[in-house]
Design a binder for this molecule. Structure first.
Ligand SMILES: [Fe+2]
Length: 292
């Protein structure tokens, strides 16, 4: 069986078949997958019953792994459920119990329900994310992806001119602030210091321009904050219109790999105080800041 990628959305997203990620893959397969991510932005692999180690091994074929940074999370090291390179995208605590309804971790994690690009609050934002579903809820809990290249292409020429060269500030303080989550310690406030990201970026793998938006974006350099927020909101609304969005309905052992340089994503609602959603993410670090 040889590896094959079939486009499943008019603008982006490929479904990959003929590859088993629980065994090492060949150089040719790696190249096909990397070309596939540059072309499609999101790749869906079904029926991949893999361990955390196999997931990390596969992920690092595409670059250095991003280590979840204790400075940009509120979970303390001793409370982590997963290994060093795994981001825990679950509603579980260290003992595999569903997080208490009022827990600070649950409130913080709700930020993933807003459209965002992973690690855009880091000076060097993430290149790729790989999310493996181990346990999925019966209802809800989908992940949606928006194609920011297709959205950019569809902007009118005036808007394209207006936004070219703009620089935004991204921080967890903005995305979590939108949740009404404001009880940050002084240390967290210092750790969540805003970073600069360009609003329009060029994809190094396919040469296309895209909108680099995220719930973490809260200001535009040189603009009054309300004026910036209104533009960011308007662009986000435009970029997440139905035609640019793919909704992934998870099955256990799906692995979805996406390009944060080209897409935004968000998780959808589910009964997170009753049902388990155990998702594990590895992240391939970006290579350079977007603002020099
Ligand atoms: Fe995310």
């Amino acid at each position: 069986m040889s590896i094959k990628i079939v486009r499943i959305h008019p603008h982006f997203v490929g479904e990959v078949s003929g590859v088993d990620l629980s065994t090492p893959i060949s150089d040719d397969e790696r190249t096909i997958i990397e070309d596939g991510i540059n072309e499609h932005g999101v790749l869906v692999f079904r029926d991949q019953n893999i361990t955390d180690e196999q997931q990390a091994g596969f992920s690092q074929l595409f670059g250095a792994l991003e280590v979840p940074d204790l400075k940009t999370n509120i979970t303390k090291d001793e409370d982590r459920r997963l290994g060093r390179f795994m981001a825990d995208i679950s509603n579980l605590d260290r003992g595999d119990h569903i997080l208490d309804a009022g827990s600070r971790q649950r409130m913080f994690n709700l930020g993933n329900r807003f459209w965002h690009s992973d690690s855009s609050y880091r000076a060097v934002p993430a290149k790729l994310s790989l999310l493996s579903a181990r346990v999925v809820p019966r209802i809800g809990g989908e992940t949606q992806f928006a194609d920011m290249c297709a959205a950019y292409d569809a902007l009118d020429e005036n808007t394209k001119k207006e936004i070219e060269g703009l620089i935004c500030e991204h921080s967890l303080l903005y995305s979590r602030g939108r949740l009404g989550f404001g009880d940050f310690t002084d240390e967290e406030k210092a750790n969540f210091k805003p970073v600069l990201q360009t609003l329009v970026r060029v994809h190094p793998g396919n040469g296309r321009r895209s909108l680099f938006l995220s719930a973490h974006a809260g200001k535009i350099e040189g603009w009054p904050t309300p004026v910036a927020r209104v533009l960011l909101e308007e662009l986000t609304e435009f970029a997440t219109r139905t035609e640019f969005v793919y909704t992934h309905r998870w099955r256990p052992f799906d692995l979805v790999m996406w390009d944060n340089r080209r897409t935004m994503h968000r998780a959808r609602r589910f009964d997170d105080t009753v049902e388990v959603r155990d998702m594990r993410r590895t992240t391939v670090a970006g290579e350079a800041p977007t603002v020099m």
